[in-house]
Design a protein around this ligand. Structure first.
Ligand SMILES: C[S@@+](CC[C@H](N)C(=O)[O-])C[C@H]1O[C@@H](n2cnc3c(N)ncnc32)[C@H](O)[C@@H]1O
Length: 218
């Protein structure tokens, strides 16, 4: 895939902090609600892969809250990988692995990431194209063990429409940057999940107009 470097300023905000740790205000805000969700829907034991771990703030919270899972962060961006490792070093959790490089839109990545009990992808689909989204969802579904779960979180179109002025502006700014990217339609994503051998478990409304989709490999 093309790594998009010219996204709008608010697409992926992170500022440098102590010891190489980047801080994303949005990750700080939604880490609590997403961690609470995972406490409810994640399998208790096994291997958990996070795609596009960003600064690493989320996965530290997840690994602390769900110690029965071994958490593997991954990223496309080397600067973010360094931040993930800095957050992991400061947390010193035995179930949190060093970051791995992963372009989640590359065909066949499941062959090096197979056997996952849980895969989590937060705030990425609106930054990639439809084709890349289909590749990502396919690869994630085949990387799961039977009974394994995929959690997809982010902003989505609801039946083709944005649901607030802020979402409409953000979606339009993404499209202006690259007509191939922008919010994905919730029904399309559910169709892709089901078409890849996953059953929908639930769709949860999250703060700030986001949705979490939870699907399980049959
Ligand atoms: C909006 S940030 C979200 C980060 C984190 N998940 C969060 O919610 O705080 C998007 C992240 O996706 C990463 N990313 C972009 N394209 C990617 C790809 N093809 N594969 C994996 N990660 C990607 C970026 O480097 C960035 O860290």
């Amino acid at each position: 895939m093309v790594r998009r470097l010219n996204l709008p300023d608010n697409a992926s905000v992170a500022t440098p902090g102590q010891d190489g740790r980047l801080h994303a205000p949005s990750a700080e805000r939604n880490a609590g609600p997403i961690t609470d969700l995972l406490r409810d829907v994640a399998p208790p034991r096994g291997r958990a892969l996070e795609i596009a771990s960003g600064t690493g703030q989320h996965i530290v919270s997840f690994a602390r809250a769900l110690p029965g899972l071994t958490w593997q962060p991954s990223e496309i961006d080397p600067a973010r990988m360094a931040s993930i490792n800095a957050w992991a070093a400061s947390a010193a959790l035995p179930n949190l692995m060093p970051a791995q490089h992963l372009d989640a839109t590359t065909p066949d990545w499941h062959s090096v990431q197979s056997g996952q009990t849980l895969i989590v992808v937060i705030n990425l689909l609106h930054l990639i194209s439809d084709t890349e989204t289909r590749t990502l969802l396919h690869e994630a579904s085949v990387a799961l063990v039977p009974g394994g779960r995929l959690v997809v979180y982010g902003p989505f179109l609801r039946d083709g429409e944005t649901t607030s002025e802020g979402d409409a502006r953000f979606h339009a700014s993404l499209r202006a940057t690259d007509p191939a990217i922008g919010y994905k339609d919730d029904f399309d994503v559910v169709d892709h999940l089901q078409g890849n051998g996953l059953s929908m478990v639930e769709v949860v409304e999250m703060p700030a107009n986001n949705i979490a989709m939870i699907a399980e490999r049959r």
